[in-house]
Design a protein around this ligand. Sequence first.
Ligand code: URA
Length: 270
Amino acid sequence: MTAAHDHSPRQLLDFYLEAGADALVGEEPVDRFAATDAPVPPMPPRAPEPPRPDFTRAGPAIALAAPPQATDEAVMAARQAAKSAGTLDELRALLEKFEGCALKGSATQLVFADGNPKAKLMLVGEAPGRDEDIEGLPFVGRSGKLLDRMLAAIGFDRTSVYIANVVPWRPPGNRTPTPQETQICLPFVLRQIELVDPDILVCLGGPSAQTLLGIKDGITKTRGRWFSFNSGKREIRAMPTFHPAFLLRSPLQKRFAWRDFLAVKKAMTE
Ligand code: URA
């Protein structure tokens, strides 16, 4: 077997990409094959255990579950910024300047939206993937191509719909956005929906539906159902459906998504 350090850097990078490691997580490269004679440092002394909360007494349970203060502050800043945007262009500019979400640091660029800002049908996914991060547009990879075909089947395309994501920066390695990242980005997408003012909102996948509609049930239970959604301007109809990436993995489920899209088309012409 050849040691990895015998390969060229290009081959090594290709190997990492093949293995799915396509995001830079550190500033400095680490040669993990380099031999080191440095002695193993001794274990640091164990810190004393913090006092355990007494769950038998009534108390401020909320304090135990509260996110770190930094998240609270970032959510407040996001709400303030989003509220101050009078147009979609202003909202995009505010997001470009926003420093409250760490995902911005690892993403290549902001993935704000695609499509027609005057569309009456808006679709919202979870977060950009690798292709979207490179192109700066939502749903341009394999799942985007499937979404385009699904939209075409009901007579729509990107000139007649508006597409965005709950989280507008790609999480490194396509991991799921954390609840904190989602909460920080939420005010922006809510304002985006308010400014587009669509008649119908389609939530692509469980995370989008749960975040936007404030529901706990999974997508298998909620897909195809109509929910009322307060856009900030008015009550509109919203439907969760399967995420196209899930449909690529589970093509048998496409028949349910087809039903959902037909219901959306019907609602759009009512
Ligand atoms: N998945 C999403 O949720 N959004 C995209 O933009 C691409 C893939």
